[in-house]
Design a protein around this ligand. Sequence first.
Ligand code: DAH
Length: 351
Amino acid sequence: MNDLDSLVQQARAAFDAAPTAAELENAKARFLGKSGSLTELLKGLAALAPEAKKARGAEINKAKQQVEALLGAARERLAQAELEAQLRAEALDVTLPGRTRGTGGLHPVSRTIERIEAIFSSMGFEVAEGPEIETDWMSFTALNNPENHPARSMQDTFYVELKDASGRWLNLRPHTSPMQVRYARAHAARHAGKTESGQPMPEVRVIAPGRVYRVDSDATHSPMFHQIEGLWLGENVSFKDLKVTFASLVREFFETEDFDVRFRPSFFPFTEPSAEIDIRFGSGPLAGRWLEVAGSGQVHPTVVRNFGLDPEQHIGFAFGIGADRFAMLRYGIDDLRLMFDGDLRFLAQFR
Ligand code: DAH
C-alpha cells in the first residue's frame, strides 16, 4: 500500500469514528484543512521536477477526491442519524388513551332514592314530587303544628323573603311532609263525588322524595338533605301494615334477611301515636347497633281533615325516611358532608 492509499484509509477510519458533525469537521481539518496532510503533500509538489510533479499531482488529487467523497458520505450518515434521533424523541405513542370527557354517574343519594322508588313502586305506591319553597300552611299548620306552638321549633326553618297570599313568609320546606297534604288533597279532589257510585275511593299510597332544608350543620347534619315521605291511607291501614312495608323495604334495599325493625315511641304533631323506626342488622359491619332511619305514625285526624277527607273513613300511616342515612348505611359512608362536597375522588367511586 503506498502512502496515499494509507492516507485515504486513515481518513475513512477517522470519519467513521466521528460520533457528531462537529467531530467530523475536526477530522476533516486533519486531512483537508490548511495544514492538513493532503494540503501539505500538495505544497510538497513545488520541489519536484515537472514530469514527476504532473504524475504525483494527479495521484494526490485522486486521493483528495476519495477523501472528499468519504467526507460527504460521513456527513450524510450523521445527518441521517440525527434525523432519526429527533424522530424518535418526538414520536407520538398512538396507543396512549386519548383525552375523553369522562363518564358521569349518578350521585349515591340519587341511586338510593331510585332504588327506594323502585321498591315502593313494586308495592303499589306512586311517586310524587313537590315544591321546595313552601307556604307556612303546608309546612306547618296543615300538619297540626298550630301557629306559635313550640313544636314548630323542632325544625330550625329557613325563611324566604317572600310572602304568600295570607301574608306569611314562605319557607324552604324543612321536611317532605307537606307532600302528604298536597298529594292527599289532589287525590280527594280527583275522586270527589265518585264515592256514591258504591265504589270506595281508592287508597292513597304515595311516596315523595326530595330535598329539605334546615339551619343545621355538622358531620351528621347538612343544611340541605333528602327525605322520602310516605303516606298510606285506606279504610283500615294499621301499624302492622307499616311494619310489613318497612321490613320489605329494608330487606330489598339492603339485600338481607338478617335484621330487626323496631318502633320507638316518639312525638310528631301530625301523627298519633308516633314512632321512630330503628333497624338493627344481625351481621355485617353495622351488626348489633340500633340505627334510626325514619319517623312515622298513624296520621292524626286533624291532618286527615286538612287533606279534605273524613278521618272516620280514611285511616293510615305516614313516614319520613332519611334518604341520606340509607345511602350512608348502604355504602358505608361515615360523614354526611362528603355527600355534598362535590369532590370527584369521592363521587367517582359510584360511577
Ligand atoms: N317530618 C318528620 C321530620 O322531618 C319525619 C316524619 C315523622 C314524617 C313522622 C312522617 C311521620 O310522615 O309520620 O322529622
